[in-house]
Design a protein around this ligand. Sequence first.
Ligand code: ADP
Ligand code: MG
Length: 363
Amino acid sequence: MAIAAPEQLNISEVPTWGSRGVDCFEKLEQIGEGTYGQVYMAREIKTGEIVALKKIRMDNEREGFPITAIREIKILKKLHHENVIKLKEIVTSPGPEKDEQGPLDGNKYRGGIYMVFEYMDHDLTGLADRPGMRFSVAQIKCYMRQLLTGLHYCHVNQVLHRDIKGSNLLIDNEGNLKLADFGLARSFSSDHNANLTNRVITLWYRPPELLLGTTKYGPAVDMWSVGCIFAELLHGKPIFPGKDEPEQLNKIFELCGPPNEDIWPGVSKIPWYNNLKPSKPMKRRLREVYRHFDRHALDLLDKMLTLDPSQRISAKDALDAEYFWTDPLPCDPKRFKSLNPFCVILYSKAVILFWVMKKSFLN
Ligand code: ADP
Ligand code: MG
């Protein structure tokens, strides 16, 4: 894993960042095992506030701080939006902690560095996998709208997430959804001229242009992943569960049709196109396979799962889709909040009163 030069870690830009110790928090339980660290639910001792602590894994980093963590911190520090997870601060632990074993090595950060996040009750994968769980249409619209709103904000701020999938979408008990895990995220320039790595995005959610080896790409890569999540919510399970890259591409082509210069101008120049293009004739079957989906849902899905990234729908345009403006409308988490028991009682009383008055009027 790449490491950072000392000056890359400008935590000191904000004096309070990194100045408090992790002992300001009481760890309650481990809630996730990430690719480069564990995640704990914890309580801030002074305020009682519940937070999530993500420990930055240092075991492979003999020489410095992992670049993935630097990226995540730098990017999250500049993003402030209700659909993007809030990084509250960084805390440190000077030496090995009680629950840590093994001798200290030459790494001066060995004690541990933690990112402190607002706590969210679930991630989308965990929630969807619950036995008997079925999301209503209004709920799916509500999650999709928040996912697109958060992603549109990232894209406007020239950040590509590059790992959109259920386990990185956090949801609280009020129905708020936030994008999390910016470990693979990076800034991009609007001309898409820089060469970026194509080994990003978890395989099942990876778009065809990355699987074909392109190194010049933009926000459309995240929109493909959003399409995969959308289809998964409607269908009840992942739609492209490939085992390896060739199988992944094959699953995509079987549903979305084969790529060619007519529907995707320039595709034949992408590095691995000639090796990986389909060998047998195929046609786009998306509308036929998912014909039982709601008409507006299918129209939107079709635009998200468009092979040519330059024709794929953007987050902004997706938010304007008919799907979000037709019945049942997406439920609004803010309205849930105001629906406290007091309001419910008042509302029911008003309905009963109206009904009684109507009856007596008719009599
Ligand atoms: P990784 O990059 O290692 O995948 P994540 O940031 O995705 O790390 O965290 C791993 C898991 O921990 C998530 O899938 C989620 O289940 C849980 N998690 C992460 N952040 C939070 C949070 N703020 N609140 C609650 N759970 C979280
Ligand atoms: Mg993750």
